[in-house]
Write a protein that binds this ligand. Structure first.
Ligand code: FAD
Length: 288
């Protein structure tokens, strides 16, 4: 099923993101986590792709498992950094053979310890979108950044580039995580003004442990943290159970506010944790 058809028939949409294991030996654990999450009322699940090939081997396999064994529409991520055009053609052939219908087309970041040519094939995700469209009939998603992508000089330039990507053939967007909904609303207004009319799925990452704080700051590209979020962290970071509960409540609060403001969907960065996903969905499932 094409994810663009889910967005056109339902609002808001609820999706989850999972990541593949670093080693093949971890595959069973990931499959059992996605199986547990598949009992929740979600519309699709996305599977990340380790840029440059590190933990990207199982992305297609997990996405196919979701679709074929668990009847959950899946979205396989794909990055073009450090890949030649031939590498991308091979990956697209693999995705086609696995019956993958939806791809999140990404540039990716330079892999750690990589000393080869960074962009031997495609320079920007928009170019990858063009290659996917030429290859075959896929529904294509793209990433967007409410608080500006770190490589862009300002949000206006970033949104101009986003418009190029959408015009190349992106059917829907998924945002980088953010902790301040106002940043999302400002971004959405600017994107709409620029003529970006595809659905925008809002990415929410619940904070569930202190070890995640630094990683979140890096992964989010420096997303702003409202003072109530910072206060919550400093109050509970030495109490794991309290921090988990507060982090989940914060994510729920963000989701309810977003749903009250007419968003297209919520994309939950699950970190492969069914327990967290269940706790959140059990509170908000009647809102979808
Ligand atoms: P692009 O859209 O190519 O943008 C990158 C930068 O280039 C931006 O600053 C943009 O403004 C600029 N730009 C774009 N087009 C032009 C142009 N024509 N001229 C000049 N400048 C331009 N990474 C992974 O490795 N694996 C994943 O699975 C993964 N999943 C992700 C999922 C989501 C929802 C998000 C938000 C990010 C994900 N990432 C993933 C991270 C992503 O790969 C990085 O953020 C990367 O730095 C940018 O990727 P992009 O596809 O947004 O790039």
């Amino acid at each position: 099923m094409f994810i663009k058809d889910i967005f056109s028939s339902k609002k808001p949409v609820l999706s989850f993101e999972v990541f593949p294991p670093k080693q093949d030996s971890g595959l069973d654990a990931v499959l059992s986590a996605v199986e547990e999450m598949s009992s929740l009322p979600i519309d699709y699940m996305s599977v990340t792709y380790g840029a440059g090939g590190s933990n990207s081997k199982n992305t297609g396999q997990i996405a196919a498992h979701l679709k074929d064994k668990l009847s959950i529409p899946s979205l396989a991520h794909l990055t073009c950094v450090a890949n030649s055009k031939e590498d991308i053609q091979k990956k697209l052939t693999e995705y086609k053979e696995l019956g993958i219908e939806n791809i999140l087309a990404l540039r990716g970041d330079k892999p750690r310890d990589f000393d080869g040519e960074i962009f031997p094939g495609y320079r920007y995700a928009s170019e990858l979108v063009g290659a996917i469209k030429n290859f075959g009939d896929f529904c294509i998603g793209g990433a967007c950044y409410p608080e500006c992508h770190p490589d862009s000089p300002n949000i206006e330039t970033d949104i101009e580039n986003l418009k190029i990507k959408v015009d190349a053939g992106v059917d829907f967007l998924v945002t980088q995580m953010f902790f301040d909904n106002n940043e999302f609303y400002k971004f959405r207004d600017k994107a709409v003004k620029k003529g970006i009319n595809v659905p925008i799925n809002a990415g929410i990452m619940p904070l569930t442990n202190a070890g995640q704080i630094q990683r979140m700051a890096i992964l989010s590209g420096g997303a702003s943290m409202p003072s109530k979020f910072v206060k919550m962290i400093s109050k509970y970071q030495d109490n794991p159970e309290a921090l988990k509960q507060a982090g989940i409540a914060y994510a729920v609060d963000q989701i309810i506010d977003l749903l009250s403001n007419d968003i297209d969907g919520i994309h939950l960065y699950t970190m492969n944790k069914p327990e967290t996903a269940k706790k959140i969905v059990n509170v908000v499932n009647n809102l979808f």
